[in-house]
Ligand binder design. Structure first.
Ligand code: PRP
Length: 175
């Protein structure tokens, strides 16, 4: 695999995360029971940075799902691997993702939290591959729209490598 080529720099990411945190803090001002739900594994770094810049009360949950199996293509069938620990009913849920690709994962999670009778369900993702969408997903807070490159860093992996890069880079898995 080639070395990652910078697509979104560390500085660009940090600036955008600050902007998103300010927008979310403003939008949820006065709302009771905001829960940020990070989708493992990829969202762990974004969630950590975003949540620490919010100026409003919030709690943190994690959920783990799997749709890719061992391959690199989504199967479309999302499997719940680990549920949130707390009760979601009546709470304002903000799902925090690293990436929206086909949209199946967010679509599944929105349905899940709505069925748990959340007060509201919104979505926040650092990057989106709009041209790969297979289901229509409304992303409420979006960091960056990107093309159909394979990206790593800032939580994203290729074969579990490069998750902790401070930037988002493009790799060519076939090299
Ligand atoms: C990635 C990403 C999203 C999902 C998006 O997770 O973190 O959860 O794929 O894809 P979709 O829009 O096509 O559903 P992945 O299955 O790679 O697991 P990971 O976060 O543990 O790396």
């Amino acid at each position: 695999m080639s070395s990652p080529v910078v697509l979104i720099s560390e500085e660009e990411i940090q600036t955008r995360v600050s902007e998103l945190a300010a927008q979310i803090s403003s939008d949820y001002e006065g709302a009771e029971d905001l829960v940020l739900v990070g989708v493992l594994k990829g969202a762990f770094i974004f969630l950590a940075d975003l949540s620490r810049q919010l100026t409003i009360p919030r709690t943190i949950e994690f959920i783990a799902v799997s749709s890719y199996g061992n391959g690199s293509e989504s199967t479309g069938a999302v499997r719940l691997v680990m549920d949130v620990r707390g009760n979601i009913e009546g709470k304002h849920v903000l799902i925090v993702e690293d990436i929206v690709d086909t949209g199946h994962t967010l679509n599944y999670l929105m349905g899940l939290f709505e069925s748990h009778r959340a007060a509201s369900v919104k979505t926040c993702t650092l990057v989106r591959k709009a041209e790969r969408a297979e289901v229509e997903i409304s992303v409420d807070y979006l960091g960056f729209d990107i093309g159909d490159d394979w990206i790593v860093g800032y939580g994203l992996d290729y074969a579990e490598q490069n998750r902790t890069l401070p930037y988002i880079g493009v790799v060519s898995p076939d090299d």
